[in-house]
Design a protein around this ligand. Structure first.
Ligand SMILES: Nc1ncnc2c1ncn2[C@@H]1O[C@H](COP(=O)(O)OP(=O)(O)OP(=O)(O)O)[C@@H](O)[C@H]1O
Length: 346
C-alpha cells in the first residue's frame, strides 16, 4: 500500500501550524498562570521560582521547558514575562545560525527582559558558546575587525532571563543544560484538563460547546492543547456550515470523521507510520530514518510529532534495534499480527 501518497496535505494535528493557525492559536493563549490549565507540577515550581526572584528584586534563574510540541511551552514563556512584568524577545534556534545573530539580540536586551529561545537545541554551535557566557556572566565577547587588526571586545549585559524551549532535551549539550537554574518537564494533558482548555477556548471564540462534544474532542486530542484547540475550530466550521452553529456531539463526530481523526486521535501521519511499520516492515524492528522515508516525512517530524503519542498509547515500542509495532497497533489497523513477530524485547 502506498503510504506516502497523500502526505503533501497539511496535517490537521501536526506541530507546524500555518500563519493563520498561528494567529488563531495566539488568540487562545492563556495570559497568566491562573488561566493556564494543567501541568500542576511545572506551574507550581515555576511560580515559586518567579515569585522568589520578584521578592528579591532580581531576574529569576534561566528556565528550560522541555516536552512534545503543542503542550504550552511558548505560552508559559509569555506568562513568565507577564508575571515578571517584563518585556519578552522571541527568537528560535533555527534563526540563530551565526554567533553574530545572537550577539545582536543579546546586546540589545533591556534589564530584566525575557529572551525566549524556542527550539533551543537547534542553535548553531558557535552561537551556543556565546550563549553560555552570556547566561552565566552576563557578558558577550565580540570580535571587531578582521585579520591582524581584529579586536576582541567584551560587552557587559544587563541581567536578563533566558526561557529556552525544546522538544529534544536530550540533544542539549550538558554545559548549556547546566546553565538553566530551573528545568520544567511538560507532560501530556489528561482528558479532563483538555476539556477545561476546550471550554475556555469555546468561550473566547463565542461558540456554544455542549459537554458531550467537549468530552469527545478532548478524547481525540492526543493529550495536547494545541490539537484540542485546532479540532475545536474544525468542529466549529462543521457546525457553522452543516449544522446550526452549536458544537454538539453530532457536530464533533462528523467533523472529526471529515478530518480523518480516529477515535484514538490518530491522524493520517500517525496511521501512515503504523501502516508502514506493520505492512511494509512486518511489524519491525525498523530504524527511524527508514520509517520516515517510508512515510515521506523528516525523521525529526516522525520522532517528535507522531512517535511520542504512538509510544504513549502503547501502539509503537522503541527497542535498541528500532521501532516495533505492538499487538495493539495490529489490532488498531484491523490486521492480524504475524505469528512469532517481533516484540519489545527483540
Ligand atoms: N495549559 C494550557 N491551557 C490552555 N491553553 C493552552 C495550554 N497550553 C497550551 N495551550 C494552547 O495550546 C496552543 C499551543 O501552545 P504553545 O504554542 O504554547 O505550545 P508549545 O509547547 O510552545 O508548542 P511548540 O513547541 O510546537 O512551539 C496555544 O494556542 C495555547 O493557547
Amino acid at each position: 500500500m502506498a503510504v506516502d501518497d497523500d502526505l503533501a496535505t497539511p496535517r490537521l494535528v501536526d506541530g507546524a501550524a500555518e500563519d493563520v493557525e498561528r494567529a488563531a492559536e495566539a488568540a487562545l493563549r492563556p495570559k497568566d498562570l491562573s488561566e493556564f490549565v494543567g501541568q500542576k507540577v511545572v506551574r507550581e515550581q515555576l511560580e515559586l521560582v518567579l515569585h522568589a526572584a520578584m521578592g528579591r528584586g532580581r531576574p529569576p534563574d534561566h528556565v528550560l521547558l522541555s516536552g512534545p510540541p503543542g503542550l504550552g511551552k511558548t505560552t508559559l514563556a509569555m506568562i513568565v514575562a507577564a508575571e515578571l512584568g517584563s518585556p519578552i524577545r522571541v527568537t528560535s534556534g533555527p534563526a540563530i545560525q551565526h554567533a553574530g545573530d545572537l550577539a545582536a539580540v543579546l546586546s540589545s536586551l533591556e534589564e530584566g527582559e525575557v529572551l525566549f529561545l524556542d527550539e533551543i537545541h537547534r542553535i548553531a554551535r558557535p552561537a551556543e558558546e556565546l550563549l553560555y557566557v552570556a547566561m552565566e556572566d552576563f557578558r558577550v565577547d565580540v570580535v571587531v575587525g578582521k585579520g591582524a587588526g581584529a579586536n576582541a571586545i567584551s560587552l557587559s549585559l544587563p541581567p536578563f532571563t533566558v526561557v529556552g524551549a525544546t522538544t529534544r532535551a536530550g540533544l542539549l549539550p550538558a554545559p548549556l543544560r547546566d546553565r538553566f537554574g530551573f528545568v520544567g518537564h511538560m507532560d501530556f494533558y489528561d482528558d479532563g484538563e483538555l476539556e477545561q482548555v476546550l471550554v475556555r477556548s469555546a468561550r473566547l471564540l463565542g461558540v456554544e460547546l455542549v459537554t458531550e462534544a467537549a468530552t469527545e474532542i478532548a478524547s481525540r486530542s492526543r493529550g495536547t492543547p494545541r490539537i484540542a484547540n485546532r479540532l475545536l475550530r474544525r468542529v466549529r466550521d462543521w457546525a457553522q456550515v452543516r449544522g446550526d452553529g452549536t458544537l454538539d456531539l453530532v457536530a464533533a463526530r462528523r467533523a472529526l470523521e471529515v478530518y480523518e481523526v480516529d477515535h484514538l486521535g490518530l491522524d493520517r501521519l500517525d496511521r501512515s507510520v503504523l501502516e508502514a511499520l506493520c505492512r511494509r516492515f512486518g511489524g519491525g524492528p525498523v530504524g527511524l530514518s527508514t520509517l520516515a522515508v517510508a512515510v515521506g516525512e523528516e525523521p525529526e517530524t516522525v520522532e517528535t510529532v507522531a512517535e511520542p503519542f504512538l509510544v504513549r498509547e502503547g501502539l509503537v515500542g522503541r527497542t535498541p534495534r528500532g521501532r516495533v509495532a505492538t499487538p495493539r497497533a495490529w489490532e488498531h489497523l484491523g490486521l492480524a499480527p504475524p505469528a512469532g513477530g517481533p516484540t519489545l524485547f527483540d
